[in-house]
Design a protein around this ligand. Structure first.
Ligand SMILES: [Zn+2]
Length: 440
């Protein structure tokens, strides 16, 4: 074993086969030893992981970093810091920036901004030029830069024929299209879920059908083209059931759900506070239960934050005029832990938040595009990249908006306490978070 540069002591390693009490030795950017007890060399850094789970660093499939264009809300640097504090070692930056990531030039700009940040920053490219839904973006040019996920997130691709053409093109390139499922005509004018609360509050609603018709259409297009589709932020029971049936049929579909859709309902909008405005909207108790059931039975592959920072003045307007979106990176694991750990084991929580996400974004050791890059998604074993999340399932996370690393404050959990807290995050063998304090 080469001399360790970092030893993580006293934790329980989360592996695909279960939980094992192990110290972890890291040399450079690689895990070099797992043993019941490892004596660190004098020159090594030591992290105490007593009482903690040591899992693969989390991977977020859905992060809005707002740069370029909306730096008052977030920058790549501040978003990556929030990610690291949340246990993430890699995030996929969504392309709805200004200008959007619909060219190699903008993709390269965001990738360059991410270099040296507290988490690895990958980018998703737009499917259409300007995310306008009219003409295909240069997907091949972006794929050549290593971009593997494409989406017009913020909007769905409305034109089914254009989506079909994009799928044919993506299939040839070995990349995946990710859909924000929303029929623009059905959703027009809506600001929250259409249901009992929208009627009571007098806020125009978006029916769950606005999401479900596009999920159904895209499943038909997957069947037609054989190209994979990843469904972003599924929020309705109907969507979950459509994906469940598509998977049973053997179609190449994957899906994610956001922590807020696992916990919060449209009742949260009762006070007209725009912090609870999000797209897709918070829905009913039955929808929340279906999303959680879908995560637990493997219908939904991954938890993704949809971290969507907005500057305070942007949200401090009447509900129907506010932009949708809420922060997520620093609260995702505690929320997911609280919701999911009564139903599934720690290994499965880390699979949903790291291993499966890394596979969908092709950030794994086995993808040839990762040659020369540090892989994410585990497993935590000798020879693997040292991208790690050390999580204390007993420690509380108290959500104080003013203490979040994001430039924005729009967390829906202000004042709440969750069970479980990220203690350390290790990126390429370097501790980027120690005792819940960011190191870069
Ligand atoms: Zn979206």
């Amino acid at each position: 074993m080469p001399d360790a540069t970092l030893v993580i002591r006293g934790g329980t390693v989360v592996g695909p086969e279960g939980l094992t009490r192990r110290d972890v030795a890291v040399a450079g950017a690689v895990v070099v030893g797992l043993a019941e007890s490892i004596d660190p060399p004098q020159t090594a850094s030591v992290l105490d992981a007593g009482g903690c789970l040591v899992g693969p660093g989390l991977v977020d499939l859905h992060t809005h970093l707002r740069q370029p264009g909306r730096e008052e809300a977030e920058t790549v640097e501040t978003g990556a810091r929030a990610a690291a504090l949340g246990g993430y070692t890699a995030v996929v930056a969504m392309p709805n920036t200004d200008p959007p990531i619909d060219s190699a030039g903008v993709a390269r700009e965001v990738l360059d901004l991410g270099a040296g940040c507290a988490a690895e920053v990958a980018v998703a490219g737009a499917i259409t030029v300007g995310r306008a839904g009219a003409a295909l973006a240069p997907i091949g040019e972006l794929a050549a830069l290593g971009v593997t996920l494409f989406t017009d997130d913020g909007a769905g691709v409305q034109d089914g024929a254009l989506m079909r053409r994009a799928l044919d093109y993506a299939k040839g390139l070995g990349v995946t299209l990710a859909q924000h499922c929303e029929d623009a005509c059905l959703a027009a004018g809506g600001a929250m879920h259409e249901g009992c609360w929208s009627s009571r509050l007098g806020i125009p609603g978006v029916p769950a059908a606005a999401e479900e018709v596009m999920v159904a259409r895209d499943i038909a297009l997957v069947r037609l083209t054989g190209a994979p589709v990843h469904f972003l932020h599924l929020s309705s029971a109907g969507s979950v059931e459509l994906v469940r049936r598509a998977k049973a049929e053997g179609l190449a579909v994957t899906a994610e759900a956001a922590p807020h859709h696992m916990l919060l309902t449209h009742a949260a909008v009762a006070g007209y506070d725009a912090v609870f405005k999000v797209n897709p909207p918070l829905r009913t108790d039955d929808d929340v239960a279906a999303v959680v059931a879908g995560l637990c039975d493997g219908t939904i592959d991954a938890v993704a934050t949809d971290h969507a920072p907005h500057a305070p003045e942007a949200k401090d307007v009447p509900f129907d005029q506010a932009p949708p979106g809420m922060l997520g990176l620093q609260t995702a694991l505690p929320v997911a832990w609280e919701v999911l750990s009564p139903h599934v084991g720690a290994e499965f929580v880390f699979a949903l938040m790291s291993t499966h996400s890394a596979a969908i974004a092709k950030l794994t050791a086995t993808d040839p595009r990762r040659a020369g890059h540090s892989a994410h998604g585990g497993p935590v074993e000798v020879g693997a990249a040292a991208n790690l999340c050390v999580f204390d399932p007993a420690a509380p996370t108290v959500v104080e908006p003013g203490r979040l690393a994001s430039r924005s404050r729009n967390t829906p959990y202000a004042g709440r306490t969750f069970r479980g807290a990220v203690r350390h995050t290790v990126l390429r063998g370097e501790p980027v978070v120690i005792d819940a304090v960011a190191q870069r």
